[in-house]
Write a protein that binds this ligand. Structure first.
Ligand code: AHR
Length: 645
């Protein structure tokens, strides 16, 4: 920063030929959970809420009205005996109706994001239609039309459910549009799976994902995608646990489930939060493949959330749960001649998804976890000896629960231990050395969920401010330096809708039209896109650079690009001059690059209005000698990339 006098000067020595560890391609990844309207109302681009009338209150999300509306004109019909997965539909009876006489409006997920000139695809299932026309349009909160009206005359008068669709173009943009269906004529119709999708989905897949949100993930170039959570894997009780087999195949056959986050947070209740599983396990695997990341599914281990019911399955009744895990591996990797490999092929993906690892349990703990985990491990390893299992170390990075699990898991030679920390920024600054003494051989560490909390865990006043992001950047120097033991890391949670969140802070915030990355997002992205392939030594007075004078640093090399990548975090409010000496390197090119993420205000935050307030600034710099001075601005995260000749 010009005009600011350097207050401190440190001598950092980089030994380019002193390789500390390889950086795993999986090192920086993403953690996805359907929390904060992350899937329904989030990446799943469906605009209709409660399209199949399966919510606890069957007409939630829908308003039925009109001048001629009489009692019983719109009936919720139950067909549980015939279809357990999709129990309800509606029957609409229409009496000599014209515009305004009988209509239904769907409010979407806190409204529907509507874009001018974009095509929208309306689909529905129906039967026993007689004498009824449906008029479809998008409207704003005042009822003004956002699109032309399209008219449908359903022809199927018989009892067979029939799918139909129509497309139309929006004439205006709105953040909180709605879907209007009004009925004309004299007769009736049975309706189900009433759905509306924008045409600009990710890879233009019909019924697909919201492209802007997925693009933000792709831009991180993540090494892995962990899904589907989080506590959602466990469920409040075991009936609500995540069951992957129920999330694949035709969407009308995927049984809806209440979302655990519906009622979990007393101050952020979301009674309309359900899981339609429109994004199910096939879609998660496909997403990982699309963005070049390893899939990392987490599977229920026979235990419900221990903060909630804490139900467990008897050990002698665990087989179906274990079978789900084995079948999942076959679903992902099995040949098309296997039962589950064929299911995958029939869904349109004959090639393997190359699944190499799986988490057994999310935040589970205690001897009850170890007992169940052992049975899963035995079964998985005896069929797939090279398959890696991610093991839970509970909810916290220390304390009795952690110590117990850490000891037991290491006794079991666990492949990977998943550690979680939701802690204040001071903890992150102070723990940059956490992994320096971890054993190098055997068990690897997955920092599976972490985020600095500006207040405290689950506080609704937590923010994604620059202090939280900077503290994560400092802490992550310790993860990168310890790439020999830390093989994966992911911030959590990933997404939050500004009008529908339960948990804060979160990496990416969205409304119905826009998505923005927090400062924490840019920290994650910068680490991931500048990771290099090998960590090399960087020291300050023969010690690692981990907080002396609030300075944190790591160094890595990209052996393909022949680049030295230095990461320097200045956690102090003063500019710092670092004198860097590069050893073990023949020559460097003078034209180097720096990327700086910085704010003078620790409370600054990105927002929908100012999405790039704190965002990386890249510039060219000249480094003439192997000994040079780098000035890092107050409160800054700096990356310096130097070509090695
Ligand atoms: O990320 C939010 C929640 O935090 C996850 O669901 C859970 O694993 C952790 O407690």
């Amino acid at each position: 920063m010009s005009g600011v006098v350097a207050q401190r000067e440190n001598n950092l020595v980089v030994q380019v030929n002193k390789i500390i560890a390889p950086v795993q391609p999986t090192m920086w990844g993403i953690f996805f959970e359907d929390i904060n309207m992350g899937a329904d109302g989030g990446i799943y681009a469906e605009l209709v809420k409660n399209r199949s009338f399966e919510f606890y209150k069957p007409m939630m999300g829908w308003t039925v009205s009109g001048k001629k509306l009489k009692e019983g004109d719109v009936l919720v019909v139950n067909r549980k005996e015939l279809n357990e997965a999709n129990k309800r539909y509606i029957r609409v009876t229409v009496n000599q109706a014209a515009e305004g006489d009988l209509y239904m409006i769907n409010e979407g997920f806190r409204g529907m994001g509507i874009k001018k000139n974009l095509r929208y695809h309306f689909t529905y299932m129906y039967k026993e239609a007689a004498g009824v026309k449906m008029h479809i349009a998008l409207v704003d909160s005042t009822g003004a039309k956002l699109s032309d009206e399209v008219v449908i005359t359903p022809k199927q008068a018989g009892p067979a459910w029939t799918k139909d669709s129509i497309s139309f173009t929006a004439g205006s943009t709105a953040l909180k549009g709605k879907l209007l269906i009004w009925f004309e004529g004299n007769g009736k119709i049975d309706l189900d799976m009433i759905s509306l999708f924008p045409s600009d989905t990710w890879k233009n897949r019909p019924g697909g994902m919201r492209a802007d949100m997925i693009q933000m993930l792709a831009d991180m170039k993540p090494g892995f995608v962990r899904f589907p959570g989080g506590c959602i894997v466990e469920g409040f009780d075991l009936t609500q646990r995540y069951q992957w087999k129920k999330t694949i195949g035709p969407i009308e056959d995927r049984p809806l489930s209440i979302n655990r986050w519906n009622f979990e947070m007393p101050k952020r209740q979301a009674p309309d939060y359900f899981q339609s599983f429109g994004v199910g396990f096939f879609e998660y695997f496909q997403l990982a493949e699309d963005i070049g990341a390893e899939p990392l599914p987490i599977i229920n281990c026979g235990m419900a959330c221990q903060f909630n019911s804490a139900e467990v399955v008897e050990l002698n009744e665990l087989d179906p749960y274990i079978q789900d895990a084995l079948d999942l591996i076959e679903f992902a990797n099995g040949g098309t001649n296997t039962k589950w490999g064929k299911v995958r092929a029939d869904l349109g993906h004959p090639a393997s998804f190359h699944l190499k690892m799986m988490g057994v349990g999310n935040e589970n703990w205690g001897p009850q976890y170890i007992e169940r985990l052992k049975l899963f491990t035995q079964a998985i390893k005896s069929k797939y000896p090279d398959f890696k299992i991610v093991n839970s170390s509970g909810t916290d990075p220390n304390g009795e629960r952690f110590d117990y699990l850490n000891t037991r898991l290491r006794d079991m030679n666990a492949d990977i231990i998943d550690e979680h920390y939701y802690r204040r920024p001071e903890w992150f600054f102070a723990n940059a050395r956490r992994y320096d003494q971890y054993p190098r051989n055997g068990t690897k560490i997955f920092c599976g969920e972490y985020a600095a909390q500006s207040d405290k865990t689950t506080s609704i006043t937590n923010t994604n401010n620059w202090l939280t992001a900077l503290s994560e950047a400092a802490f992550m120097t310790g993860l990168e330096r310890n790439a020999g033991v830390v093989s994966m890391a992911s911030y959590a949670p990933l997404f939050a809708h500004v009008d529908g969140w339960q948990w804060t802070p979160d990496l990416i915030w969205v409304n119905n039209l826009h998505a923005y990355g927090t400062a924490d997002y840019y920290v994650q992205q910068l680490y991931s896109t500048n990771k290099g392939s090998q960590v090399v030594s960087i020291t300050l007075k023969d010690d690692v650079v981990a907080g002396q004078d609030s300075l944190y640093a790591t160094a890595s090399i990209d052996t393909v690009k022949k680049e030295l990548i230095l990461k320097i975090v200045n956690g102090s409010g003063a500019e710092q001059a670092s004198v860097l000496t590069l050893e073990g390197i023949k020559k460097i090119a003078p034209d180097a690059k720096q990327i700086v993420l910085q704010s003078n205000s620790l409370s600054a935050e990105n927002s929908i209005e100012q999405p790039l307030l704190i965002s990386p600034k890249e510039s060219d710099i000249v480094i003439k000698n192997k000994k040079f001075t780098y000035r890092s601005a107050p409160y800054s995260f700096n990356i310096i990339k130097i070509k090695m000749l």
